[in-house]
Design a protein around this ligand. Structure first.
Ligand SMILES: [Zn+2]
Length: 266
């Protein structure tokens, strides 16, 4: 199995098979799923990965619980989305959920044959074409992942505020928030910052803000709110007046228009 196999494209093909199994209220074996989409049965656990991740991140019922080993009648070892000791309840939740109304989140891989990483790379290469990518990637959870992947590339994998570089703790933060964005702005890397989880929260709460010169400001620079712990000082007040680390490429840096719009919302 080469590394050029597109598991997301296979997940796109498996999705409707699982949704129809859920509608019928019954499990499907690894072999049956493999046959239905024309792959080797050993490849099934790989393509279930993106589906399982998607359900976990979007807090959906554990759709991949439907795929069971022929003998045991239970999911294989890669299944972590639900306590298999309570298999029946997981199955019940999956079968009563209205999957048909949400569409196939992996459609983008079907239509364009691209992975999320490839879409993220194209956003970084040509940020002005983010609307094209957005029309391809409709599901919100996938959009967030592609946005984050693009910002990881643009910011070379470090928080723009503090430099933290553990990928597990890095998130794509919107400058103009998602709910206030026009569709094409939701995937525009110039409407984003790569931030660690803590700085993402503090930025969303306006405790830390950004000027159009990319200078970080703390909401209580005058120190009128009293007691700050050493950690508060380190994570917030110390950064006041410092310049955020933005991408080297000017065309990937936060756009002034987005920063101005955000700062008006405060
Ligand atoms: Zn940070």
């Amino acid at each position: 199995m080469g590394s050029n196999v597109n598991h997301e494209e296979r997940a796109a093909r498996a999705w409707p098979v699982l949704v129809s199994a859920a509608a019928r209220g019954r499990e499907i074996t690894y072999g049956e799923l493999a046959n239905a989409i024309g792959v080797h049965h050993r490849a099934v656990s790989w393509l279930l990965g993106p589906i399982q991740d998607y359900c976990l991140e979007e807090k959906l019922p554990p759709l991949t619980i439907l795929v069971v080993q022929a003998g045991a009648g239970r999911p294989g070892g890669g299944f972590i989305a639900w306590d298999v000791g309570d298999f029946d309840e997981g199955l019940r939740r999956v079968c009563k959920f209205d999957w048909a109304s949400m569409g196939n989140p992996f459609d983008y891989a079907f239509k364009a044959g691209k992975t999320q990483e490839a879409l993220a790379a194209s956003l970084v290469n040509t940020p002005e074409r983010s609307e094209e990518v957005y029309t391809l990637v409709r599901a919100r959870g996938i959009t967030q992942r592609v946005f984050r992947a693009a910002l990881l590339r643009a910011y070379r994998g470090a928080c723009a505020f503090c430099g933290l570089s553990f990928p597990e703790a890095l998130e794509g933060a919107h400058i103009v928030p998602w709910r206030s964005c026009a569709p094409h702005e939701r995937l525009d890397p110039r409407n984003g910052l790569l931030l660690c989880s803590t700085h993402h929260r503090l930025f969303d709460a306006d405790r830390l803000t950004l000027t159009t010169d990319f200078v970080i400001e703390h909401h209580d620079a005058a120190d009128s709110e009293g007691e700050y712990s050493a950690a508060d000082e380190h994570l917030t007040r110390r950064l006041h007046g410092r310049r955020a680390t933005v991408p080297e490429r000017h065309d990937l840096r936060p756009r002034t228009t987005y920063i101005v719009r955000r700062n008006k919302m405060r």
